[in-house]
Write a new protein. Structure first.
Length: 457
């Protein structure tokens, strides 16, 4: 009987271990909430002081404290770690604030992030500067980019769209007020279209003018036609749409200039230098121009097309240089965008502050996207695997970079959202001739394609 009980207990233990291993591999969020979180918290509490000492993050205590300890206990005074705040558990990890000791800086903690990850048994550790002397450690329990689940809460707002998930389990917000223009590069089936689709859906619910240039005969942007205020599906139409946008930009500058010419003694808050300084009843709606496969605007097959190309490039550069103050923003997508496209390509790229690089086919393409603003991100962009479509590297002008992944959104759902929000499209007389008129047959959204993974090109 004893042997039977032992065998049953052993079988139960093996089944439990197998269940835990299966949950960790197939359901990492559930594993983290039930097993990983308690274990990591226990490791953190038990080894906090020794881990900080091993990472070189401890400092000598104040002299008065050392004298008090010697007088009271006559024991050796040990270095003290940064003061730890309350541990805040989350579904993807945990957060904890540290008060740095005098002489320490956030970079000291960030340099030890990999050591802290191994010591506390988590997937990654990220350091964020909260205020002088205080940093936040964000411990991520598992690879959140493997299966994207967007946070339920995020700090949204006008022209601020949650478009992807960052590797630290926070939402990546595309903020057009902070980053007016953006370049999105990536090879075929890398996730560019999914990124663009999420942007369109996020902006569709806001009073924003959406315009598009899709030289692939509109196959990418045509499903969103009910919500678009303008759409060009070939270079000839684009050559007409871009001057109209430049004319709209000039009219907005005239509006701003007229507002500036007000009587002396007017309060400073009423003096505007861009459209956002205008009163609500006078401010024109912001315009976001999506350009899919920008290389099609640069490539020409005959010499007679070069003049048209040069005019379009000039208009694009003017919009990139002057459009922000007029409330006009660019979202430029392509597979490559370098000097080989022709005159004006490098100048236009320099005006695109935001950079998103999906999987690319060569290192040169990654350098086109990130080499001039975040050189260290180039190698990370080249390492994006093909089996994770939607994974991208985002760089900023400060030299920092991070990885994101766009959640899957079916074309049918995106098209349905655009149909439901068609009434929110602001009226812009300048763009009226370019507004797409979908036929009754195109009103029904195309059937969704079975996704290989929660993000596709």
């Amino acid at each position: 009987m004893t042997d039977l009980v032992t065998v049953a207990e052993l079988g139960g233990s093996l089944a439990a271990i197998g269940g835990v291993a299966y949950a960790r591999h197939s359901h990492p969020a559930a594993y983290w909430s039930t097993v990983g979180l308690p274990l990591s918290v226990a490791r953190l509490l038990a080894s906090y002081s020794s881990t900080m000492d091993a990472c070189g993050l401890t400092v000598e205590p104040p002299r008065w404290r050392a004298l008090a300890v010697r007088a009271a206990t006559r024991r050796e005074v040990r270095p003290v770690p940064p003061r730890r705040g309350v541990i805040r558990p989350a579904t993807t990890g945990l957060r904890m604030r540290l008060r740095l000791a005098p002489g320490q800086e956030p970079a000291d903690v960030a340099a030890s992030a990999e050591r802290l990850r191994h010591a506390w048994g988590v997937h990654a550790v990220y350091v964020r500067d909260i205020r002088p002397g205080v940093v936040e450690l964000r411990l991520v329990g598992f690879d959140v980019l493997k299966k994207v689940r967007m946070p339920r809460r995020f700090d949204g707002g006008p022209l601020r769209v949650p478009v992807a998930l960052r590797e630290d389990a926070t939402a990546f917000l595309r903020d057009y007020r902070a980053v007016p223009h953006e370049l999105v590069l990536g090879a075929t089936l890398s996730g560019k279209s999914m990124y663009l689709r999420n942007l369109v859906v996020g902006l569709a619910a806001q009073p924003v003018v959406l315009a598009g240039i899709d030289c692939k005969r509109g196959v990418e942007l045509a499903p969103f036609a009910p919500r678009l205020s303008a759409l060009a599906t070939d270079p000839d139409q684009a050559a007409e749409l871009l001057p109209a946008l430049v004319k709209e930009m000039e009219d907005r500058y005239d509006l701003i200039k007229a507002r500036q010419g007000i009587a002396p003694g007017t309060p400073e808050e009423l003096i505007a230098s861009d459209v956002w300084g205008l009163p609500d009843d006078e401010r024109p709606a912001p315009i976001v121009l999506f350009i899919d496969e920008v290389a099609e605007l640069f490539l020409v097959a005959a010499r007679k097309e070069e003049e048209r190309r040069d005019e379009m490039v000039t208009h694009l550069i003017r919009l990139a240089q002057l459009g922000r103050a007029a409330g006009i923003y660019l979202e430029v997508c392509g597979q490559r965008f370098g000097a080989e496209l022709g005159k004006g390509a490098t100048m236009l790229r320099a005006q695109l502050t935001g950079r998103v690089c999906h999987r690319v086919n060569d290192e040169a393409s990654a350098k086109m996207a990130l080499g001039d603003i975040a050189p260290e991100a180039v190698s990370a962009a080249c390492a994006v695997p093909a089996e994770l479509p939607g994974l991208a590297v985002v760089g900023d002008t400060s030299g920092g970079w991070f990885r994101i992944r766009t959640p899957y959104l079916s074309l049918a759902d995106a098209a349905a959202t655009c149909r439901a929000t068609a009434g929110l499209a602001p009226d812009v007389p300048t763009l009226a001739p370019f507004r797409p008129c979908p036929s009754p047959t195109s009103a029904a959204a195309p059937g969704p394609v079975a996704p290989v993974h929660p993000a596709t090109e």
